[in-house]
Write a protein that binds this ligand. Structure first.
Ligand SMILES: *Cc1c(COP(=O)(O)O)cnc(C)c1O
Length: 373
């Protein structure tokens, strides 16, 4: 039995070391939290209303949520949120609130949107329209305007990508809002899917319009992406009146059933709380700066070696030509037909960038296919 665990550890550590194509930070050390894995945590119900089950980390969860509400400029004393199982759950939750507000609304999302959004729309049984995206992965606002104009008497629910999965492109909330009001549509809900890039954008000097001040109604991030966690997790922040609309009191647990799942993971809030305590805004900002600097380095290095590549402004994702299977597998590069990418997470090093550049350039897969942008 122990041998099996050793084998597993060796295998995953080997993979983890070369993963530069997935947005997961690995520069964490949570060993101080090791005693907590022997405690039967359950944060069932609403983190702001303690349940009758006392083995919870609601206190930490509230602090984590507070930290992100501040970071994303949520309306003072009028927000709500919880620690989710990941960005996908946060997207589902936000779209659920949007649908409860506008049951006949149409959900608009660009065709660069993460697959979880389409799945969630299907689960919610909402009508939806896919919008074209520009070549950099950002929503095509003209196409958006045409589509909402065609349905002017229907509420608009928009999923804005704050960092698309392949190109880390950001949809501009202000442009989206302006487009909606120009069409004289009064009922709308905007959700920011900021799984990877929420923290990056919030801590960048150049402002990316995506938060509550810019006009969003909800924001989700993944905790295991930029921050880093051994358990997938995330945070969702919403406007409180939208949460109140769906709140149901459950006498069995003594809490309110305001989240998606019943029993909820109590370890993730402790992990995120610990990361925030250790790093603070300053530490997170340093990691943002490091990742952006590394992305610039990757761009320069790849180009110097004749590899065609590009990235969006303020992004840490470098888009490269599609790679053959052995490079893709070795470095775990998510690849589509026309492109692949390297994501410069805080744990990725210049040495890794040099090594991958060398392999790509000596392999000769240096140009994007003809018909690509
Ligand atoms: C990763 C990602 C998601 C899904 O988040 P999970 O934490 O994996 O559930 C959603 N949207 C975008 C843009 C993502 O990059």
């Amino acid at each position: 039995m122990l041998q099996r665990l050793e084998d597993l550890k060796e295998r995953v550590l080997d993979h983890a070391h070369k993963a530069v194509g997935y947005p997961v930070s690995q520069d964490f050390d949570y060993s101080e939290l090791k005693d907590f894995i022997n405690i039967p945590f359950n944060n069932v119900g609403d983190p702001f209303i303690d349940s009758t089950y006392g083995v919870n980390s609601n206190e930490m969860e509230r602090e984590v949520v507070h930290f992100f509400a501040d970071l994303f400029n949520a309306p003072k004393d009028n927000w709500w949120g919880y620690v989710t199982n990941g960005g996908s759950e946060g997207n589902l939750y936000s779209l659920y609130l949007a649908r409860e507000k506008y049951p006949n609304g149409i959900i608009y999302y660009s065709d660069s949107t993460h697959y979880s959004v389409r799945k969630n729309i299907h689960l919610l049984g909402c009508e939806s329209i896919a919008i074209k995206s520009q070549t950099n992965g950002e929503m095509d606002y003209e196409d958006f305007e045409r589509m909402i104009e065609l349905h002017r008497n229907t509420p608009v629910i928009v999923v804005a990508n704050i960092g698309t999965t392949m190109k880390e492109a950001c949809d501009d909330i202000r442009k989206i809002k302006k487009t909606i009001t120009r069409s004289a549509i009064q009922h709308y809900y905007i959700h920011s899917d900021a799984a990877l890039s929420g923290v990056i954008k919030a801590l960048s000097e150049d402002h990316t319009p995506f938060d509550f001040i810019d006009g969003t109604d909800s924001i989700t991030i993944s905790g295991h992406k930029f921050i880093g966690s051994p358990i997938p997790c995330g945070v969702v922040i919403v406007k409180k009146p939208n949460r109140d609309r769906i709140a149901l009191s459950i006498s069995y647990t003594g809490s309110m059933d305001t989240t998606i799942t019943g029993s909820r993971n109590g370890l993730s809030p402790i992990i995120l709380w610990y990361a925030i305590q250790k790093l603070g805004k300053e530490g997170l900002k340093k990691r943002v700066d490091y990742s952006k600097g590394l992305a610039d380095y990757a761009l320069k290095t790849l180009r110097y070696h004749g590899v065609d590549c590009w990235k969006n402004k303020n992004a840490i994702t470098v888009v490269i030509p599609p790679q053959p299977i052995h490079i893709k597998e070795k470095w775990q590069l998510a690849t589509e037909e026309t492109m692949s990418h390297i994501i410069c997470m805080p744990n990725v090093t210049r040495e890794q960038i040099d090594a991958i550049t060398q392999e790509i350039s000596s392999n000769g897969n240096c140009q994007f296919p003809e018909d690509n942008e």
